[in-house]
Design a binder for this molecule. Sequence first.
Ligand code: SAM
Ligand code: SF4
Length: 316
Amino acid sequence: MIDSFGRNITYLRLSVTDLCDLRCRYCMPKEGVPKKPHGEILTFEELVEITEAAVELGVTKVRITGGEPLVRRGIVDLCARIRQIPGLRELALTTNGMMLGSLAKPLKDAGVDRVNISLDTLDPDKFRQMTRFGDLRRVLEGLRAAMEAGLAPVKINTVLIGGFNDDEIASFVEMTRENAIQVRFIELMPVGPAAAFPAESFISCDEVLKKVSRLRPAGTSGVSRVYRLPGAAGTVGLITPVSHEFCSGCDRVRVTSDGKLKPCLHSGEEIPLKGLHGAELKEMISYGIGKKPASHDILSPGVRSAGDRTMNAIGG
Ligand code: SAM
Ligand code: SF4
């Protein structure tokens, strides 16, 4: 479906839970979030029905996200059901990787095409400090399992945080030399707890090109600019929601686990879908796509996102 600014909306980010087994300091409060009553969370039937309606409206790619999607019971079956929707070309999933060691193969067998794994540091102590509970070994096991299962190309999402991981940029880039993966650096956005981070935490993706001058442009992919080290097996992606506006190429909408369609990550506008079926549901999704703004306004560091949810409750 074409939105009001001529953008073709083909990508749905579907959040299946706002709960998580980690507490990344930029994403969630230490105490977590109160568990919502069952009745407020989309059931598997509703998640499938919403996805079917979105696919009928032109969505070809779905990404399952959260919270941590792998903590939702029955996630493998849900993925299998969504993958069977006629017209869907790609099913991807974004995960913190903690449970991927055992779930990578079942997810691949269920029809998941590929995964993105979030990983902000390669140092076990820093990893535990940033995630509060995380075990880096398990995530690296998950990464290996995903590569072995053929969830390719595996992408690693690394949020750049000044003073925390800017000294590891070269090590992350180095991972792409031998492995056919994509390491994607993402600028920290002023959403949730991150909105209170000091200005020095917000660094531009340009820092990656300054630190690793051997990177060569290798095209674009969705909202990321792609680079490659000469002769490397993998690539490096730069996602710059803050320093370079990418809204003109935005092809996505989001649905939260409590059934709200978000036309834009950074707007407070939410369109309730829970309880709707058939033509009414499709009409509301079309209406939501029509509400996509031309662009967001977090271009200057220090400007807070206008959405009032934390990232675990949106899905990234
Ligand atoms: N739990 C899963 C994970 O961590 O991959 C999926 C959900 S998580 C909200 C999705 C992505 O959002 C992760 O890659 C995470 O690093 C990113 N994220 C969370 N808060 C962010 C922020 N303030 N700025 C930029 N990215 C953020
Ligand atoms: Fe959980 Fe992902 Fe948020 Fe970290 S970024 S707290 S893993 S939802």
